[in-house]
Design a protein around this ligand. Structure first.
Ligand SMILES: [Zn+2]
Length: 279
């Protein structure tokens, strides 16, 4: 009898352990547009002395949590923009792009905005049920200082300002204030790159390791490999400091994912057209 009790006890114990969520995520990169025009590397990495050239891919990233959270990192660009990006090719609206892996816009529980450039925030109204996470200083600059005389608003779109203010009025905006903060279980955000006023990059727990989603705090693998800043930043030294930091946050630097590099699609397992599963 005692043996049986022990067996039952062990069975319950193992089952409980197995059913517990670990706050780990399946991570997908979804390419929703391309710019086929080749640019010299020296235009995307300050100080590069290479004759190579690169093209830009445009991504959103989907994180499917074992805790029920379905997180979208950035929401892509919407073609109603006041500042159109005419060079975009093979464009698919971000909510339709998400359907390639059978995820509907209304399934998204959380949106993390890495920075408010129009190719990262423009699709905000497509995901009307989600809680939106954005750095407080990035938000303040975006809706205020950016539009004062003499301020830098390159890459920002006035119509996107109205979208984020509307989300705030609806009670859907969560402002994050600072560095190295776990905003959602298993997802930690970092600041300092100054790609926009307070852009953020993030570290995500996946099943067996951590993945670092750099977004535009690292445009290309080239920036990471040679520790060179992009031209579009408030502080190039700060940008490089964060590239160095990213390398300390992961065991394998292959798991640092840049924001615009087409190589991401060839580097990982393709699970649908233009979609790779990173881990
Ligand atoms: Zn950007």
């Amino acid at each position: 009898m005692r043996a049986l009790t022990t067996v039952v006890f062990l069975f319950v114990l193992v089952n409980t352990a197995l059913s517990q969520t670990r706050n780990v995520y399946e991570i997908y990169a979804i390419e929703y547009a391309k710019n086929p025009v080749r640019k010299p590397v020296s235009e995307v990495a300050i100080g590069a002395n290479s004759t190579d050239s690169v093209t830009f891919s445009f991504y959103i990233w989907f994180l499917n949590g074992d805790n029920g959270r379905k997180v979208l990192v950035d929401v892509g660009y919407l073609r109603d923009s006041t500042k159109p990006l005419p060079y975009l090719r093979e464009y698919q609206r971000p909510d339709s792009a998400l359907k390639r892996i059978n995820v509907n816009a209304n399934d998204i529980t959380d949106i993390i905005i890495t920075h408010p450039h129009s190719d990262h925030i423009g699709g905000l109204q497509l995901f009307g049920k989600a809680t939106i996470w954005m750095q407080k200083n990035d938000f303040s600059y975006f809706v205020g200082d950016a539009w004062q005389k003499g301020a830098s608003n390159k890459g920002l779109d006035k119509r996107d300002v109205q979208k984020i203010i509307q989300a705030n009025l609806e009670g859907r905006l969560q402002l994050v204030d600072g560095d190295s903060i776990e905003i959602i279980p298993g997802i930690r955000v970092f600041i300092g790159s100054k790609h926009t006023y307070e852009s953020q990059h993030l570290l995500i727990n996946s099943k067996n390791e951590k993945v670092h989603l750099a977004s535009d705090d690292c445009w290309f693998y080239y920036n990471l490999n040679y520790l060179l800043s992009v031209p579009l930043t408030f502080n190039a030294n700060a940008y490089v400091t964060q590239l160095r930091r990213m390398k300390t946050l992961v065991a394998d630097t292959n798991l640092i994912i840049p924001g615009h590099d087409p190589l991401v699609i060839s580097k990982f397992k393709q699970v649908a057209s233009g979609v790779v599963r990173i881990r």
